[in-house]
Design a protein around this ligand. Structure first.
Ligand SMILES: NC(=O)c1ccc[n+]([C@@H]2O[C@H](COP(=O)([O-])OP(=O)(O)OC[C@H]3O[C@@H](n4cnc5c(N)ncnc54)[C@H](OP(=O)(O)O)[C@@H]3O)[C@@H](O)[C@H]2O)c1
Length: 241
């Protein structure tokens, strides 16, 4: 971890599934925010290609802070791991990295959802209670934080614009939650809100299914804002320790 001049630490972050829609947009924003990012993929060459595309977009200096590797190598070299694979792929992805994760901060973003022809998005019940609780079960030592579900990849991908959305972060380890909150709150236009323990992640995941349904009708990528909130529920205002 390297301290930036403004006091916010610059982290090495593995974005597993960072070749996809959410992961690539998030990776670009994290690099632009000063972090080092390793794109993870099932295929190291695909990860390197994805990293090179983002490197081109961010320019030469920032582009030196992004690389690609297979998921396990990316996870092993990172301080923070962000999971951006579809829920159906989560279990296999986690089994592939379980030996290297140790007590790292792992950010779960998955929304268990299936799309039906007639009715649109439908929540998929998860035996553990939520996608995030499944991460905690399969990575027993990891400090799991749930975040980002309600922000669309299309919104994140417009990196020239501020995001203009709240993100609800849940988790059982306050220090891990703060690490995740700080790195997300540093992305322009994002306010991070403390959503309580990891068991509350299920409500954020289910709310996202509703947003996906609204998106279909509105033909827009919507997000959320929580109103009338005192500052002590927003994690972004917590000063650096
Ligand atoms: N898209 C959004 O707007 C959004 C917003 C909030 C949260 N999320 C959550 O973020 C996660 C990623 O969403 P996405 O839309 O970015 O997904 P995606 O683009 O469809 O896939 C992301 C990456 O996951 C890997 N992957 C895909 N299928 C896989 C499989 N069967 N087994 C193993 N790996 C597989 C692929 O990477 P490799 O082939 O390189 O391994 C792919 O590039 C999901 O859990 C979603 O619920 C998405």
């Amino acid at each position: 971890m390297v301290d930036e001049p403004d006091g916010e630490p610059s982290l090495t972050i593995a974005v597993l599934g960072g070749t996809g829609k959410l992961g690539s947009a998030l990776a670009e924003r994290l690099v632009r925010a000063g972090h080092t990012v390793v794109i993870g993929s099932r295929d190291a060459a695909r990860a390197r290609h994805g990293a090179a595309v983002i490197g081109e977009r961010v320019g030469r200096d920032a582009g030196e802070r992004i690389g690609g590797a297979d998921n396990a190598v990316a996870a092993a070299g990172a301080e923070v791991i962000v999971l951006t694979v579809p829920f159906e792929a989560q279990e296999a992805t986690l089994r592939g990295i379980a030996d290297v994760v140790d007590t790292r901060v792992v950010i779960s973003t998955a929304v268990p959802v299936r799309f039906e022809q007639e009715s649109g998005p439908v929540h998929v019940d998860v035996a553990e209670g939520s996608a995030s609780l499944q991460v905690a079960k399969l990575l027993p030592g990891a400090r799991v934080v749930s975040a980002l579900q309600t922000v669309s990849s299309a919104t994140l991908a417009r990196t020239e614009r501020a995001v203009d959305a709240d993100i609800i972060v849940t988790g059982d380890d306050p220090a891990a939650k703060l690490v995740a909150a700080r790195l997300l709150a540093a992305l322009p236009g994002i306010r991070v809100i403390d959503g309580g323990p990891l068991r509350n992640a299920r409500y954020v995941e289910q709310l996202t299914v509703l947003l996906l349904s609204i998106n279909m009708g509105a033909r827009r990528s919507t997000g959320i804002r929580i109103t009338n909130l005192p500052d002590d529920r927003t994690l972004m205002v917590v000063p650096s320790s």
